[in-house]
Structure formats: structure tokens, C-alpha cells
Design a protein around this ligand. Structure first.
Ligand code: ATP
Ligand code: MG
Length: 410
């Protein structure tokens, strides 16, 4: 049965008294997200067993790196000598020219008869003897890593990088306003990477949530779900807000966007309070568009009292896109989508005067619109189906969804 060696991020290691809870959360998430049979904490690292050959642990936040080690047991200098030689011989076929190499040893078990330097020299000599490669300690093409632990040693040449961060669930729960655009999905990804259990709140311009789920909003959400033990998306119709603001006159229409943002923030806050969320967040980035001036962001903050986070506030657009591209989100964003923010006034007031906004809110039937909108809420839950993990096909695990709640009133 394939064995994986998984190292958690140094930040998890720093958690002092909470360290145990963080590591347990990480173990739970690995079990929920990957088809594994056993996850064990041993000597400051995780040992994971799975019948699958190509598990991708970078899907689980809190993982610093992982590998599939060769296990040498018992760990004697003679056994390591033989193991590193056969590993070098097996690698030889991959190179047309003999590569340079280095040995990096770590000795956790201090009873081991050789110290780190002696072990590195001894194994280096073994590799030279077996395949004749040259040592290069600064930029080796092949690195043999050896971890000597009590009773056994791990030998490996690859360290697959994870995204570090903290295990989801370790930092509380937050509700994110999610448009189906790149900024808000990346905001959710970054919040989750800090260990936040995220839920998304999406306003759609369709007659049924199903269409939003089948469209870009649902597809992007499913892509995000591959990084989480589970993801809930609350789909809400936009049309009640639209009906409530139909009689905005002339210049008042310039406030429509800020009114909509405040409306959405209040709904997200309501859902967060109802379902155990401690904060809300958006994909706003300061000054990116007219609606994201300091004044407008402040006007939206003012509508709610829960902590309001904007993880992308200081990111440049290109940085957000680059990260979205690396992780496969951006390709999904390019698909056309009926977006309600493009329906709302295109010429927003850039200086939102609060008094004016409050007057308008008092005049318009927004309370009723909020109640109706909430009544029509539909909640989808997305989860990776562990048993159907199919790395061979397209590197993507299969995501399954269930409708958790379908507009049956509050
Ligand atoms: P995004 O790329 O996330 O769409 P954006 O840069 O296009 O963001 P705006 O359209 O100004 O910015 O929206 C700002 C933020 O408001 C979004 O990041 C999101 O958090 C929230 N938001 C916008 N539209 C919606 C919507 N239809 N449903 C829920 N939240 C939304
Ligand atoms: Mg947008």
C-alpha cells in the first residue's frame, strides 16, 4: 500500500498549545478530501496510507510538502547504503548525461551510529560507487533526502510543494460575497488558505439557482471545493432588489450600486449570524474600479457590524489573475455569465454620501426585498468524492453536489 510522508507548514508547527488541535484538523481534512485509509501523526510529521498512487496533497491547506518515500527498516548504515545505491541506479535511466547530486540527511534518532555529516559522506560515496555521478552541493540536479527516525529511515528525491497556510476549520468561519468573478473566488481561496471555513453568498440574475450552479458561478465554486473539506454556496435571486429600486430617479441611480452592495452585505451578515459565521468578506481591491474607492468601501462597511474582510485589498489585478491562472480558476472565468453587477448602474457615485444613501434606503422597500430574497435562498453543498479521485484523467478530483436547501422560507 503506497505510503506518503506529509509535512505540515511551519506555521502549524508554531501554534504552541493549539498545535495538537491544528494537526488533528489537518488529519481530518486529509481524510475528508483524499481517498486515504490511514493518517497517522508520527515524530512531527504525518504518515498517510492510501491505495492510490498519485495523491495531490497540495489540495489540503496546511501542507508544506509531501513525498512518497522509500522506507528503510531497520535503519542501519548498511541498509541505507544499499537503498541509496539502488535508488540511484533506478534514476539513472532518466538522464542521458550523468546528473550532479547531493545527499541531505536529517537525523531525528540521535542513537544512529553516524552523525549527519558522516552519513551524508557515506551515502554520497555509495552513490559515486554505484553510478559514478558527481557531487554538487550548491545546485545538484538530484538530491537524495534521508530522514533517520526511530527504527526506520525515509529516503526520497522529490518534495512536492503544498500551499502552506493553515488547515481549513482552524481559523473560524466566514461568509464571502461571491460574484462568480475572479476576484471574489480568489478572495475565498486566500481566506481558506488561512484556515477559514468559507461559505459563499452569490446573487444571480436567473429565475432559478440551478442556472447559476450550472453556469460559471457553480463551476468556479466546484473548482474551489477541491481545496476544501466541503463548500456551501448560498444562491439568492437579485430580482427583488431590482424591483425595490425601480423608481430611483435620474441622479439617484448613481447610488444603485452602493445600495446593492449594502443590500448584499446585510444578507451575508444575516446568513453568517444565522449559521455561525464570524465575519464576512469580499473580493474588493482598493481603487480597482469606481465602486471600490475608499469612500464606497466605507459606505458598505457601515451597513453591517460583523468584521468585514477584504483579503485582496492591496493586490494588483494582474497578481490576482496570475494566481487564478496558476490554480486553474482563470480559465473558468473567461466563460460568459449573466452577471447582475453588469445590470446595475454603470456609472456609480464614487463618493458615496452616507446621508443620501440612508435617505434612499428609508424610502425604498428594501426590508421586504431582503425578506423575499432570503425566502428564495437555495444552498448547494459541493464536496470532493474521494472514491472517484481521478488524477490520471485531468488532474481533477470529481466534485459532487447536493442541494441542501431549496427556498422553503425562513
Ligand atoms: P469579482 O471579480 O469578484 O466579480 P470585481 O472586481 O468584478 O470582483 P465588483 O463587481 O465591483 O468587483 O464587486 C466587488 C465585490 O462585491 C466582489 O468581489 C464580490 O465580493 C461582491 N459581489 C459583486 N457582485 C456580486 C454578486 N452578484 N453576488 C455576490 N457578491 C457580489
Ligand atoms: Mg465582478
Amino acid at each position: 500500500m503506497p505510503l506518503y510522508l506529509v509535512h505540515y507548514s511551519s506555521e502549524v508547527g508554531l501554534k504552541g498549545q493549539n498545535r495538537g488541535a491544528f494537526i488533528l484538523q489537518l488529519q481530518r481534512n486529509i481524510r475528508a478530501q483524499l481517498p486515504v485509509t490511514k493518517v497517522r501523526f508520527w515524530q512531527g510529521r504525518l504518515l498517510v496510507e492510501s491505495p492510490h498512487e498519485d495523491l495531490d496533497f497540495s489540495r489540503v491547506f496546511g501542507v508544506a510538502w509531501w513525498t512518497r518515500p522509500h522506507v528503510v527498516e531497520p535503519a542501519t548504515p548498511e541498509a541505507l547504503h544499499a537503498a541509496v545505491q539502488s535508488m540511484a541506479r533506478a534514476l539513472q535511466a532518466r538522464y542521458t548525461q550523468p546528473p550532479t547530486f547531493a545527499v541531505r540527511a536529517r537525523r531525528v534518532d540521535k542513537r544512529f551510529p553516524l552523525n549527519t555529516l558522516q552519513l551524508e559522506r557515506e551515502l554520497g560515496a555509495a552513490v559515486v560507487q554505484a553510478v559514478g555521478w558527481k557531487v554538487d552541493l550548491t545546485t545538484p540536479q538530484v538530491t537524495f533526502y534521508v530522514d533517520v527516525l526511530p527504527g526506520r529511515a525515509f529516503l526520497y528525491t522529490e518534495k512536492h510543494p503544498g500551499h502552506h497556510g493553515l488547515p481549513v476549520g482552524a481559523s473560524g468561519r466566514a461568509f464571502g460575497l461571491y460574484s462568480g468573478g475572479i476576484d471574489s473566488i480568489m478572495a475565498a481561496w486566500y481566506m481558506a488558505r488561512r484556515g477559514v471555513e468559507v461559505e459563499l453568498v452569490h446573487f444571480h440574475a436567473f429565475t432559478e439557482a440551478r442556472h447559476a450552479h450550472e453556469g460559471r458561478a457553480g463551476k468556479l465554486a466546484q473548482h474551489l471545493a477541491r481545496y476544501l473539506p466541503r463548500l456551501r454556496v448560498h444562491y439568492l435571486p437579485y430580482h427583488h432588489f431590482m424591483a425595490a429600486t425601480l423608481d430611483l430617479q435620474g441622479r439617484e441611480q448613481r447610488y444603485e450600486l452602493v445600495l446593492f452592495r449594502r443590500f448584499m452585505a446585510r444578507i451575508a451578515e444575516h446568513l453568517a449570524r444565522q449559521e455561525g459565521g464570524q465575519a464576512i468578506f469580499t473580493g474588493d481591491s482598493l481603487g480597482q474600479v469606481a465602486s471600490q474607492t475608499m469612500e464606497n468601501l466605507a459606505a458598505v462597511d457601515e451597513a453591517v457590524s460583523l468584521p468585514f474582510f477584504r483579503p485582496l485589498l492591496a493586490f494588483n489585478k494582474q497578481e490576482i489573475i496570475d494566481q487564478g491562472e496558476r490554480l486553474g480558476f482563470y480559465a473558468l472565468v473567461l466563460e460568459p455569465y449573466k452577471d447582475c453587477c453588469s445590470i446595475v448602474s454603470r456609472n456609480p457615485a464614487t463618493r458615496s454620501r452616507l446621508e443620501r444613501i440612508r435617505d434612499l434606503e428609508a424610502r425604498l422597500p428594501l426590508q421586504e426585498a431582503m425578506a423575499r430574497t432570503l425566502e428564495e435562498r437555495e444552498v448547494y453543498e459541493y464536496r470532493v468524492v474521494s472514491g472517484q479521485w481521478s488524477v490520471e484523467s485531468d488532474q481533477r478530483p470529481v466534485v459532487e453536489w447536493t442541494v441542501v436547501r431549496q427556498g422553503e422560507g425562513e
